[in-house]
Write a protein that binds this ligand. Structure first.
Ligand code: ATP
Ligand code: MG
Length: 331
């Protein structure tokens, strides 16, 4: 069983990424052949600074290693080091529906948030994402809830490819956690916590200092009631319940039971304490790892060599199936 997922190097990663995706990446190492990549080519689809991008790749790599990715137990690399992703993206465009791409809510949300240029890359983002996964013929893609639509699109592309050119690609499944698949912004609980959008105060960064985390949680927006329970009219409290459940590895029901009658103040303090405790060891390891850029570079390059070996094999089959390039004897 092969697992693949990618994470953007834009800015610093947040609690939503950590709960929704990163913890699943770590667990995936015990469940199958796990392949993870820092998707720098996805990050250029919105406005960015060239020097910051390179630094952010190291920031994100160090964060994932601090969280528990082990380069001896997974393949961990930088997307742009494996050029097959870009080539496969273009080839997959032949089996990707324009109409379907046009319905992607992430594109609509992100396009609306751009100050000037809405890049074609932002529109094509899901095709590159499909290439990321399909290049490795991965079976499973651990992601947060927001990526469900993109996984559906890549499944359609893979099915269409196989039907049109013969069975070549694996049609992957999304793996979305039961609790914490959509952590909301603490200040605007109607939208997801995000690396590039969202409010500064409503986004708990993995690397935030304990007092900063505590302040963000305690000042989170909640309704005017006092009951600690989930409900459609209680987006803020529901979000905090999910966060505490995910961090403690318990059911949201158990959180509601424990804080029945406790009031919002005590509940928020408990969430703040739990999140601080949860992230503290990661932050500590991060600073150790981030200090050695040469070692991070070495890890990423070694990972890319392993990834490339798999991706070139897929590309050979894809090119042959599509009639692209000269006929080569099966290697
Ligand atoms: P952006 O908002 O700019 O797309 P992001 O915060 O979604 O950035 P990504 O690198 O695109 O960060 O996502 C990495 C992983 O984290 C994806 O699997 C995504 O589904 C998951 N994820 C992102 N935000 C959340 C969230 N608020 N709750 C749970 N999972 C999330
Ligand atoms: Mg995202």
């Amino acid at each position: 069983m092969r697992i693949f997922s990618g994470i953007q190097p834009t800015g610093r990663k947040h609690l939503g990424n950590y709960i929704g995706a990163i913890t699943q990446y770590v667990a995936g190492q015990d469940r199958g052949e796990a392949i993870y990549c820092v998707v720098d080519l996805h990050a250029i689809t919105v406005a960015y600074e060239t020097e910051v991008l390179r630094e952010s790749v190291y920031d994100t790599a160090a964060t994932l290693l601090a969280a528990g990715l082990d380069p001896d137990r997974c393949i961990f690399f930088r997307q742009s080091d494996v050029q097959e992703h870009s080539e496969l993206c273009w080839l997959l465009s032949a089996v990707t529906s324009f109409g379907e791409l046009n319905r992607m809510t992430q594109f609509k949300d992100k396009a609306g948030a751009q100050r000037d240029l809405v890049s074609a890359g932002l529109f094509f983002y899901p095709v590159l994402q499909a290439a990321d996964v399909l290049a490795y013929r991965a079976h499973e893609v651990p992601v947060g809830e927001d990526q469900r639509q993109h996984i559906e699109l890549m499944r359609d592309a893979a099915e269409r490819f196989n039907a049109r050119f013969g069975k070549t690609l694996v049609v992957p499944e999304a793996r979305i956690p039961q609790v914490g698949a959509r952590i909301m912004d603490l200040q605007a609980p109607d939208r997801k916590m995000s690396t590039t959008g969202g409010t500064a105060q409503g986004t708990v960064l993995v690397l935030d200092e304990p007092d900063v985390i505590a302040k963000k949680v305690r000042s989170s927006v909640t309704d005017s009631g006092s009951e600690v329970r989930r409900g459609p009219d209680k987006a803020g409290i529901s979000n905090l319940i999910d966060i505490l459940a995910a961090v403690r590895g318990i059911e949201p029901d158990a959180v509601e039971g424990e804080f029945d009658g406790a009031g919002y103040g005590a509940f928020k303090q408990a969430v703040a304490d739990a999140v601080v405790e949860y992230l503290a060891p990661v932050r500590q390891r991060y600073h150790e790892l981030r200090a050695d850029e040469a070692e991070l570079e070495r890890v990423l390059e070694a990972g890319a060599a392993k990834a490339r070996a798999i991706a070139t094999d897929t590309m050979e089959d894809v090119r042959r199936a599509m009639g692209v390039g000269p006929v080569r004897p099966r290697g």
